[in-house]
Design a protein. Structure first.
Lengths: 111, 113
């Protein structure tokens, strides 16, 4: 069964810093990995989806990489802003069906 | 529709009552997922529908929980004889097909008193 972990659990940085969030998964036979953000009391917003054949995806200031062999993905946020404050979740597919989520990294970007 | 729609957004019910939660996926999306998120916890998978295939019910926590989906449209999650431990946000997501980007609704916050 797929298991997903994320480190750090929480992160607080000053505005403007570049930062990296880490995600690890136990079963490398994934079809894809998806990153989401969740704002307090809200649903999940999709940020990036990386297919198993890809090594990275970029959207604006966000870049996500995938290393299937080591069971790792990283989300890089450039020039962080207070509006980036949220919980970031990664999710790996479970044998091509449902997604298994990590516990999340709670990010605070201080102005 | 423009996005995944869930109703109601909030539901308060008495212990022992049945509740029904509704999810309208994005039009044309064949895959539909239900997850539960308890306060301060991560997302727990409940059930997955793909087209007309038999649903994956492996995440349902007890036989009080059931879900239906008619074709590739609306899904309802039913919780019978609700317990306080059922209090959580219930999130629905859909994707164009398996292994494609999943989009989530805003969730239904269920409170059992």
């Amino acid at each position: 069964k797929q298991e997903v972990t994320q480190i750090p659990a929480a992160l607080s940085v000053p505005e403007g810093e570049n930062l990296v969030l880490n995600c690890s998964f136990t079963d490398s036979a994934i079809y894809n990995l998806q990153w989401f953000r969740q704002d307090p009391g809200k649903g999940l917003t999709s940020l990036l989806l990386i297919q198993s054949s890809q090594r990275e995806q970029t959207s604006g200031r966000l870049n996500a990489s995938l290393d299937k062999s080591s069971g790792r993905s990283t989300l890089y946020i450039a020039a962080s802003q207070p509006g980036d404050s949220a919980t970031y979740l990664c999710a790996a597919d479970n044998y091509g069906q449902n997604f298994v989520f990590g516990p999340g990294t709670r990010l605070s970007v201080l102005p | 529709g423009a996005g995944v729609s869930q109703s109601p957004s909030n539901k308060v019910t008495e212990k022992g009552k049945d509740v029904e939660l509704r999810c309208d996926p994005i039009s044309g999306h064949t895959a539909l997922y239900w997850y539960r998120q308890r306060l301060g916890q991560g997302l727990e998978f409940l059930i997955y529908f793909q087209g007309n295939s038999a649903p994956d019910k492996s995440g349902l926590p007890s036989d009080r929980f059931s879900a239906e989906r008619t074709g590739e449209s609306v899904s309802t999650l039913t919780i019978q004889r609700t317990q306080q431990e059922d209090s959580a946000v219930y999130l629905c997501a859909s994707s164009l097909s398996p292994n494609k980007e999943a989009f989530f609704g805003q969730g239904t916050r269920l409170t059992v008193v």
